[in-house]
Design a protein around this ligand. Sequence first.
Ligand SMILES: [Zn+2]
Length: 397
Amino acid sequence: MSVSNTGPFSWGYCLRVLALALLPITSVFAQSGTPVAARTSATPTQQNPSPQQANKDAIVVVLGYHRFEDRPRDMLAIHPQAFREQMQTLKNRGIPVISLKDFLSWRKGEKAIPARSVLITIDDGYLSGYATAWPILKEFGYPFVMYLYTNYVNVGGKSMTWDQLREMRDAGVEFGNHSASHDNMVHPKKLKGGNYQEWLKNELFGSKQILESQLNVPINTFAFPYGIHNAQIREDALKNGYVAMFTVNPVPIRFSSPAGALGRFIISSTHPATFKNALRALEGAAGGIAVHEARTSSPLITTEPKNDENIDNPLPEIKADLAPFGNVQSESVRLAISGFGPVSANYDPATKQLSYKITRPLREKKITVFLSAKNETGPVGTTWTFHYDPKLKTTPR
Ligand SMILES: [Zn+2]
């Protein structure tokens, strides 16, 4: 039952996951209705201003946990004491923990939330969520969300029973869907000769129905197994009842973050820095803002080709000036390009210039570049898209 990806918390892993989904990510940005909240949000000229209007400058960091064990041996487990200390750290630093309900009301533009807050999620439905984490969370009075995959409910072993889940529900614990089978939703390993579309429908909606009928609560958020997703899955989900989809991409959530791919910081004993990074991303404005700006192609960062630029050179050199990101750690700089995946870019810490020459001719018309790095305040990054049109001939060559 263990979810066996290793290293989803390294930028390298994230880039691999992002590289899988680079093109779809941009289409989510462009997709109408996304981000939902931003499209329906109030403006200063709206007719019924309310003190409860969403504060668009708020930032939420989502923490993702799995199992709570006295001898945590893998990246999905955390020692209960370490978990307790993290909850205490939130309390000591005055960081509020919000409920999924409040998070979604904020996303819809209907409610203000604390300027900097945390949402706690626990994936997979392991018994330790009920027996170990819940009592600790109760002590602190923190709300949290359980992301369940229905094939692993009520099946013995370390799984939870429906009765236990109903007990949690009655006490105010919230729930979301984590699929039916927990398989890779883009390239399912267990689907041998079956119909992928039917399978996917069951992963997204069959499991949703089971959770809703067993728990008698609406299920309208989803956590992608392994964080893996694509544009089809996101669009299908958002068109059919889901309002928030969570990845394992460790970035804070802004009001404008696309609903189809909301970041989460997955916390475990084997990657203790992730919790610190999450708080840094929350509290350190530079990290948070930079990552946020990345979502709409950062106006801070000068790139070549520019965002939305049309080019006719099939072998362009990709460039970015990282100076606005401050003291970027050279070894943390990662570049991925749609159609190419992660590439080895040159980064000169003296000039803060990043460059990468495309090595084989572009074929896709739309190319997205994903850049990430770390500075002293945490993760920073930017994403931009340019267009390749061989017939353009804007520049004589
Ligand atoms: Zn999982």
